[in-house]
Design a protein around this ligand. Structure first.
Ligand code: FES
Length: 371
């Protein structure tokens, strides 16, 4: 085994001065190519050597943790007491007062927990370095017993035995830090019971007589203008009476694709015989997997492909899933033509559109083979 380590950049024969004694030394043992450099000498910290300093660090940790419940209470008070439309304009600071208050109190609470833990670990926990050789993944009973012993020692070294208030203060701080989250969760809205679902997420703008218009230029779609193999992205005509959030929410549920196929090349079940106009069919544009908008259309196979996770729906067979993670057929919108030859809806969708959710009633979903 070599006892000295050559300086790598050297050119030509080595002399004793070319060796650097401080670098790790190569070993002749193939299982240990580099000798164990050992552990640096332990230097006692000020808080270990000086009892007053140790007690000061202890008080600082407890002090930081004690502030967290106060900040959590302040968070809740700000949430309820500060009006949502109070706006602060101070130099470059432009913000709603409530957002600012919630951000400061919530952020400070988390920051103080982190700082207290770091301070505790650096100043009060045992800082003696230990090393262990790598060994097989399955521990022997002796190792497990040794681990238990070390764990008990670690618990004793954490100073929690002597400085009990830290444990209580940390538990209290973390417990109280959850309170703001609970309050904010409660603000998500009312429980979506059956009645509420029917009036909101299970209802779209489609109704008897509502015209289908193109998504791009809002032009009503005439049945006679649709060509075989064509796909048009559409919306209900009355969508464009809405604005802002209302518009976005309605659009997310009402978007459709209209396709035209050779009537004798598609499978139309008896129950949906009157839902189409000469091979023109209309489906929801929202994937039933997790709700991406779909319009990748394979006109020869009649398949509609979702770009998100490749769910594929057969529009020539009532929108059944032929591939991918979606489990429900694409909802079909029953359509007809009005007196002027424009495509109009017969009703709203007969099943909820979009991704599934726990309370959803799936009894009326179309399954392959249904009549
Ligand atoms: S959202 Fe369409 S496949 Fe996932």
């Amino acid at each position: 085994m070599s006892t000295k380590n050559p300086v790598p950049a050297h050119q030509g024969p080595l002399s004793p001065e070319d060796y650097d004694e401080t670098l790790p030394v190569a070993s002749s043992n193939p299982d240990k190519p580099v000798d164990d450099p050992g552990i640096e000498e332990h230097i006692e910290r000020y808080t270990d050597a000086n009892t007053a300093a140790g007690n000061r660090a202890y008080a600082q940790v407890v002090g930081m943790l004690a502030l967290v419940p106060l900040l959590a209470i302040a968070f809740v008070v700000i949430y309820f007491a500060v009006p949502r439309d109070w706006y602060i304009k101070f130099g470059p600071l432009h913000s709603y007062a409530q957002h600012l208050g919630l951000g400061i109190t919530g952020g400070l609470a988390v920051l103080l927990i982190g700082l207290a833990c770091i301070h505790w670990a650096k100043q009060l926990m045992n800082d003696t370095e230990i090393s262990d050789e790598r060994h097989a993944m399955v521990s022997s009973p002796e190792d497990r017993a040794a681990f238990q012993k070390e764990f008990d020692q670690g618990a004793a070294d954490s100073a929690l035995g002597r400085r009990r208030l830290i444990g209580g203060a940390l538990a209290g701080a973390i417990g109280m830090a959850v309170v703001p989250a609970v309050v904010v969760l409660a603000d998500l809205g009312p429980h979506p019971g059956k009645g509420l679902r029917k009036a909101t997420i299970e209802k779209t703008l489609w109704a008897d007589g509502v015209r289908l218009v193109t998504d791009v230029n809002k032009r009503p779609i005439k049945a006679s203008e649709m060509e075989i193999g064509q796909l048009v992205n559409g919306q209900p005509e009355n969508l464009f009476d809405l604005h802002g959030v209302e518009f976005q929410q309605a659009k997310a549920k009402s978007s459709i694709v209209v396709v035209r196929m050779e009537p004798d090349r598609i499978k139309i079940p008896e129950s949906r015989k009157d839902w189409q106009v000469g091979g023109i069919l209309c489906y929801s544009k929202i994937c039933t997997h997790v709700g991406c908008p779909i319009s990748l259309w394979e006109r020869t196979t009649h398949h509609l492909l979702c770009p998100c996770h490749q769910s594929t729906f057969d529009l020539g067979n009532s929108g059944v899933v032929v591939f991918g993670p979606a489990t429900r057929s694409l909802p079909q919108l029953p359509i007809k033509v009005d007196a002027e030859g424009y495509l109009v809806a017969q009703s709203d969708f007969t099943v909820p559109v979009g991704p599934s959710y726990f309370e959803r009633d799936s009894r009326h979903d179309y399954k392959d083979g249904d009549n």
